[in-house]
Design a protein around this ligand. Sequence first.
Ligand SMILES: [Zn+2]
Length: 265
Amino acid sequence: MILKERTKSVTHRILESLDHRTTLSLSEKTQYDNQFKGYAGELQFDNKMKEAGVPGILISDLLLSTRDTSYQIDSLLITDTCIYLYEIKNYTGSYHYKEGDISSDSGHLIHNPMNQAERKRAYLHNLLLINGYQINIIAYVVYINPDYYIYSLPKSPAILFAGQLTSHFESLSGQASIQDHKYLTLAKKLLVMHNNSYRPLNLPDYPLESLFKGIMCSECFSFGYTVSRQIRTCTICGHKEKSADAIHRSIEEFRLLFPEKLVTK
Ligand SMILES: [Zn+2]
């Protein structure tokens, strides 16, 4: 049962819009690429889970905030025996493991995703405890891309490579499914706690005057269009959309880019 479907993050949507309305700097472009790749990897994970028909309540990209921090959980599967927390990484290439560090061929260290997953598990554990729930949480790091390998990595049940996902999901399917939705109340509580208005601090600067104005095609992001009988047709890809829908979509985009500005005619 899917309680919350995945959507693109605020950063992803802002960078996507800016990429077509201005010229992103090299570092912004890299940030956008990472968002794009990350999201694609998460969708792949969702598809594999759907195909496997895993029982339980699924919440995707849950954003929780405490007094001193905000953290995003890529996937949370609530079953009647425990909660599975998945940190999904769409990395590619070969890396090396040594004494807790993961480094690339050129020697650059990457943050060990296991530490991120464990940190989130601890936050969630405490949050549930405050709300009166004592339920076991198991954290996994999922390397969704088959083209990713870590040499000398000690065997760890908390790490799932792409090739291991099917058998992992099968093992979950074998367990008792949620009969009475014992934890549905908990799942709904978590959803209420989801921070919808979260905006990360590392967003780029983009004055309104510097952006290309106009309504973008929702399919190919181009600006050219023709209108007949209130239907807007993209001159590049031919996508048709009701003019009113295109306007609503653009108002949402404006609100996303400039939440503090008033929308005027
Ligand atoms: Zn188009």
